[in-house]
Ligand binder design. Structure first.
Ligand SMILES: CC(=O)N[C@H]1[C@@H](OP(=O)(O)OP(=O)(O)OC[C@H]2O[C@@H](n3ccc(=O)[nH]c3=O)[C@H](O)[C@@H]2O)O[C@H](CO)[C@@H](O)[C@@H]1O[C@H](C)C(=O)N[C@@H](C)C(=O)N[C@H](CCC(=O)O)C(=O)O
Ligand SMILES: Nc1ncnc2c1ncn2[C@@H]1O[C@H](COP(=O)(O)OP(=O)(O)OP(=O)(O)O)[C@@H](O)[C@H]1O
Ligand SMILES: N[C@H](CCC[C@H](N)C(=O)O)C(=O)O
Ligand SMILES: [Mg+2]
Length: 494
């Protein structure tokens, strides 16, 4: 693409040198630059991309996007905000792919991945080729790609949406994290629908306060507009969980059409008669497109909320309720979400991705409902992440479990032992007796201990890592999969 054509999409800019050249691609990481690329210098949280412009030039970059003139002999486009420019340029370079598909985004502290999987399943069953972008993977057209986070940077995102559209994908369901919203990763993406799951404590290392965290999530809804579009296909929807207090705030800051779901009266899509067993969750749903009974194979009241979010978003795409029911009932579950590990042992072992106070409380309440024997919980908290959630999660684990094994969950660059101590602080504050918990830094050792201690009819809950297949210690990524480690531990006692 010609750079002058690309640059014309930026309203305010100052150009140094000639941009009447061709650029073969766009990069924000100097290490990935190839001959003829446009290099956008992003001011990062740890380093400044402007410091890598020289390296990018050595690798053959054709021109730079910068927020100040650099002493480098290359054409430069000077903009006020490089991140904003990146979103605009990526959208233009890849041919506005989000406009060629229905993009359904999901934000919220918990339930994004699960809700995304449900929507993907319903839409694909309805014969609308649907792609998925989220924590576990990106997939479309029968292909899967690994993800390093939940929501890609604007550049990667537009590239992926372009590839999806080119492969015939007509709908994309994606998770939108609060980091992504705050960093403008989804700017330039034209969303059809924005779904909200819930807002509870997480990421306070990054957002500082719950108000700031809510404001970051709010960016998703405030950018949705166009409610009075006369063409049905171009309308925009905001789907809110009316049982979460943050929804009242989001409702006020959007100009898109608001559609609500929840368990209380007065919502557009409502679940009643919820019944939960170890085999699944049944409920009745009343919606603006009829009523039905649904039998989910997934357990937990929280999954009723995830199902309601998915039902609402897909009803808005015109999928009939009886088709939605069939799709939801045929899905056995999502990788690493309340996933049973069965190696022939006489007790239950469940691996779950709960890594926030609310997530942990929800999964433990569910486990408590169907556990006949004791509940033994293995969990930890991530390093270089919200420290304030650690003692809270300690308290929750002790409240709902008979025995707690506090262990490591991606300590990253922090001292693993001190993370365990932060969690223990909550146990001490709640005067949890010492015989009720153990601190075991080595996660494999903690899982083994819990399994050694389990008696028939007990439940061992291993929380926090779910689908993850690694343990991040320092800068090193070690192979680690709770499901495999649990099976090995079970075999060890057989
Ligand atoms: C806090 C945060 O979100 N950081 C993200 C951010 O990093 P950063 O601002 O520190 O970037 P940086 O390393 O300072 O680099 C600045 C610029 O210099 C460039 N650079 C750097 C080095 C070099 O040699 N050459 C070069 O060009 C980089 O490519 C970048 O463009 O931009 C990077 C590039 O896009 C991201 O990889 C990085 O995510 C880090 C890995 C991360 O851990 N993010 C997590 C917290 C996150 O975003 N998580 C959410 C999910 C949370 C949830 O679902 O609960 C997510 O959306 O994934
Ligand atoms: N609607 C919900 N409300 C509360 N907790 C939930 C809900 N859905 C799932 N959970 C719990 O949170 C965990 C993570 O669920 P899921 O992966 O769907 O959330 P997520 O929002 O995608 O998380 P992440 O921010 O890490 O991407 C689950 O394993 C479960 O314990
Ligand atoms: N997407 C979340 C997941 C956390 C999962 C937990 N296993 C951890 O590493 O803290 C994050 O990156 O904060
Ligand atoms: Mg997720």
């Amino acid at each position: 693409m010609r750079l002058n054509e690309l640059a014309s999409t930026l309203t305010i800019k100052h150009i140094i040198g000639s941009v009447d050249i061709r650029v073969s691609g766009i990069q924000t990481d100097s290490r990935k630059v190839t001959e003829g690329d446009l290099f956008i210098c992003l001011p990062g949280h740890t380093v400044d991309g402007h410091n890598y412009a020289q390296q990018a030039m050595e690798k053959g970059t054709a021109a730079l996007v910068v927020d100040r003139q650099l002493d480098i002999d290359l054409p430069q486009i000077i903009v006020k905000d490089c991140r904003y420019a990146m979103a605009v340029l990526a959208d233009a370079f890849f041919g506005s792919p989000s406009k060629q598909m229905k993009v359904i985004g999901i934000t919220g502290t918990n339930g994004k991945t699960t809700t995304a999987y449900l929507i993907e399943k319903i839409m694909n069953d309805h014969n609308v080729k649907t792609g998925l972008i989220g924590t576990i993977q990106m997939r479309y057209g029968g292909r899967t790609f690994p993800m390093s986070g939940t929501t890609p940077e604007a550049l990667e995102l537009q590239r992926s949406l372009h590839d999806m559209a080119a492969s015939g994908t007509r709908c994309c369901v994606m998770e939108v994290s609060s980091h992504a919203l705050e960093q403008g990763r989804v700017k330039g993406t034209d969303f059809r629908t924005a779904v909200f799951t819930n807002l509870t404590q997480d990421h306070l290392d990054y957002h500082n306060t719950m108000d700031e965290y809510r404001a970051a999530k709010g960016l998703f809804f405030s950018r949705m507009g166009n409610a009075f579009q006369s063409i049905q296909d171009k309308r925009k929807f905001v789907v809110l969980n009316a049982d979460d207090p943050a929804s009242a705030y989001f409702k006020n800051i959007t100009s898109a059409e608001v559609v609500t779901y929840g368990l209380e009266e007065g919502v557009d899509v409502r679940a009643t008669e919820i019944s939960i067993s170890a085999q699944g969750t049944d409920f009745h749903v009343d919606s603006f497109k009829g009523s039905t009974d649904i039998k989910l194979k997934m357990v937990g009241k929280f999954n009723v909320y995830n199902a309601l979010g998915a039902i609402t978003a897909t009803l808005l795409e015109g999928v009939p309720l009886d088709e939605i029911k069939r799709s939801l009932e045929s899905l056995s579950g999502v990788d690493g979400r309340v996933e049973s590990v069965d190696a022939g042992q006489p007790f239950a072992v469940i691996v779950d991705y709960a890594h926030t106070p609310d997530g942990l409380e929800n999964v433990l309440k569910t486990v408590d409902e169907f556990a006949v024997g004791r509940v033994l919980t293995v969990f930890g908290c991530g390093g270089d992440r919200d420290k304030t959630k650690r003692p809270i999660m300690g308290k929750i684990a002790a409240k709902y479990s008979d025995v707690v094994f506090v262990t490591s969950d991606n300590p990253r660059t922090e001292d693993p032992e001190s993370i365990l101590k932060d969690i223990e602080q909550g146990l001490i504050e709640d005067q949890v007796p010492q015989e009720k918990y153990q601190l075991i830094v080595d996660r494999r050792g903690a899982i083994q201990k819990a399994i050694d201690m389990a008696s028939p009819e007990d439940v061992v809950l291993i929380a926090g890592k779910g689908h993850e297949t690694y343990q991040l210690i320092g800068q090193t990524t070690h192979d680690f999969d709770d499901r495999i480690v649990a099976k090995e531990a079970i075999r060890g006692i057989q």
